[in-house]
Design a protein around this ligand. Structure first.
Ligand code: DGJ
Length: 548
């Protein structure tokens, strides 16, 4: 081969490889109003766990991996600490990133890195010492009472520049070590941003901005008439100003990171929880009960209008109130926002939340504080629900992610007073009954702790993938709308327990008899994934003696 040909060939190979790897980087895809996190060309379902805040150290990781293995996760969320990564201005130590990436690869899981930068739970605790000690150069928020807070001002150019510089360096390094392998799937930009201690920054510089008019970019996206912050937002002006300032800051940080390596970036949210006890306490107080200016429910619109480099806003959810859970899921499941639960509780009652979120198209779900460092877990509070959920679904996670992206997954979770519920798939209904035994003529008993859950996914007109816990699932033709007697009925052709391997169904055994009578019966200690084929046959023949 002539040298010039060789050069051409090498250059074109380089070009092709470059193009493929850029295209292949993890990204969010949207189709028919549904989202997927696409990893190596396929939708990916994050069965995640977040480790404790101080666990991403070489000294702690040996106590982290066994807990993650026991949970059957496929993805780990782990922090990167700004104070450790940039001990002196402009001098970077990426040893934590390398350690996490290498050990995740050894354990065959993927990673979500959490940038503990300007914000961590609405405070600035993770900024480097050289920033903490230079309040003149890196100004703090000042409360309405003049108190100096341990929150960096989002209205300071110096603070922003420092974070952008560090985060850009981080993303450049992630690309260098992982741009080809994609162990790192997503980045959380900051942690629960917003400020604890004040509704907004009342420093002189921030006050001047607050007294100006709302930027036209924001009012036009919100379809609002222009004016001062108070004119446009009334009683919410302080909080919305904080939201705009924080969102713009975080957006600039994310943009600097994406310029180095463009993978999905999200913000987790310390959400606004309802206040109870006294009727007049109808509003949680921004800056006191949650970090003011973060992407809470009331600030989503401002954030979406102001932080275009952020792919998703993701609620951390720690309440056992399922009604509130449904509200929060609805608030963050938007046409412009993929659903992801980056942190949630470890208690048993969170088991059904995972199924509920999946049914709403979630791209991932992750209990918080999973490691054996002794901080959160003891022998009696291991998140068994998550382990059983993830153990069941990890082998078929690729299929569930794909089917969910196609809009073919539906789920049901047990709720008080509704132990029997129905899912609709065209002319076929899946009837889900929670709890056992299920004696004839009686309503299903429900479960002792209300944790029944089921998933049904349509594979073909008469074919379904079904699984769950403490639930039976039977199939019926949808009742005729006009109340007429059904002329057709369904029967099972075959119900196979099995799993998928490399996208191909592997049958382990056929279910029949007690396992399929009155529905496919998924007991907690005998659960499985079942692929069922049905057929529709006539309900009546002409010969019956008593036919009228
Ligand atoms: C939410 C934060 O995002 C986590 O880092 C951690 O502090 C948990 N709260 C503790 O419950």
């Amino acid at each position: 081969m002539r040298f010039s040909h060789f050069l051409m060939l090498s250059l074109s190979l380089l070009f092709v490889r470059g193009a493929v790897s850029a295209q292949d980087a993890p990204h969010i895809a949207k189709k028919n109003g549904r989202f997927a996190l696409v990893v190596d060309g396929k939708p990916y379902l994050m069965l995640g766990a977040q480790i404790n805040n101080s666990s991403a150290w070489a000294s702690s990781l040996p106590k982290v991996w066994p807990a993650l293995d026991a949970l059957h996760v496929n993805t780990v969320e782990a922090p990167i600490y700004w104070e450790q990564m940039e001990p002196e201005p402009g001098k970077f130590d990426f040893s934590t990133v390398d350690l996490l990436v290498n050990s995740a690869r050894e354990h065959k899981v993927r990673l979500v890195l959490l940038w503990f930068g300007t914000w961590k739970n609405g405070q600035d605790r993770y900024i480097p010492e050289w920033m903490k000690s230079d309040l003149k150069k890196y100004p703090r928020e000042i409360s309405a009472y003049g108190k100096v807070l341990d929150v960096l001002s989002p209205n300071s150019a110096n603070n922003l520049e420092a974070d952008k510089h560090a985060f850009g360096a981080l993303m450049g390094h992630v690309k260098e070590v992982d741009g080809a392998q994609h162990t790192v799937l997503m980045i959380q930009v900051e942690n629960e941003s917003g400020s604890i201690g004040a509704v907004r920054d009342f420093s002189a510089a921030a006050q001047k901005q607050f007294e100006g008019t709302v930027p036209a970019t924001l009012t036009s996206e919100l379809h609002a008439v222009n004016g001062t912050w108070t004119e446009v937002f009334g009683a919410d002006a302080d909080e919305r100003f904080a939201a705009y300032s924080t969102a713009r800051y975080v957006d600039e940080v994310a943009k600097a990171g994406k310029a180095e390596y463009d993978i999905p970036m999200y913000c987790n949210v310390w959400i606004t929880y309802p206040v109870h006890a006294l009727e007049n306490r109808d509003h949680a107080s921004a800056g006191q009960e949650y970090p003011s200016g973060g992407p809470q429910q009331g600030n989503i619109a401002v954030w979406k209008a102001s932080a275009h480099s952020i792919d998703l806003l993701a609620p951390d959810f720690y309440s056992d109130d399922i009604v509130f859970y449904r509200e929060v899921i609805a608030a963050y499941s938007r046409a412009d926002n993929p659903l992801f639960i980056p942190e949630t509780g470890r208690e048993r009652n969170f088991g059904r939340y995972f199924f509920y979120a999946l049914g709403k198209g979630a791209i991932g779900f992750s209990p918080f504080g999973v490691d054996y460092t002794g901080w959160t877990l003891s022998e009696d509070n291991f998140p068994t629900w998550a382990a059983e959920n993830f153990e069941l679904l990890r082998p078929i996670a690729d299929e569930i992610a794909r089917l969910n992206f196609e809009g073919k997954v539906q789920t049901l979770v047990e709720e008080k007073g509704s132990a029997r519920q129905r899912l609709h798939f065209g002319n076929v209904d899946a009837v889900v009954s929670f709890g056992f035994p299920q004696p004839d003529g009686q309503l299903p008993p429900g479960t002792e702790n209300g944790q029944g859950r089921a998933l049904v996914s349509q594979l073909g007109p008469m074919e379904f993938l079904v699984t769950g816990f403490d639930a039976s699932v039977s199939f019926q033709l949808a009742p005729a709308a006009d109340g007429k007697r059904a002329e057709q009925q369904l029967e099972i052709l075959r119900a196979e327990e099995g799993t998928y391997s490399q996208g191909v169904w592997q049958s382990a055994r056929i279910w029949n008899g007690d396992q399929t009578d009155r529905g496919l019966n998924f007991r907690t200690h005998n659960t499985a994934v079942v692929r069922i084929r049905l057929q529709s046959i006539p309900m009546y023949e002409s010969g019956g003696r008593n036919r009228n």
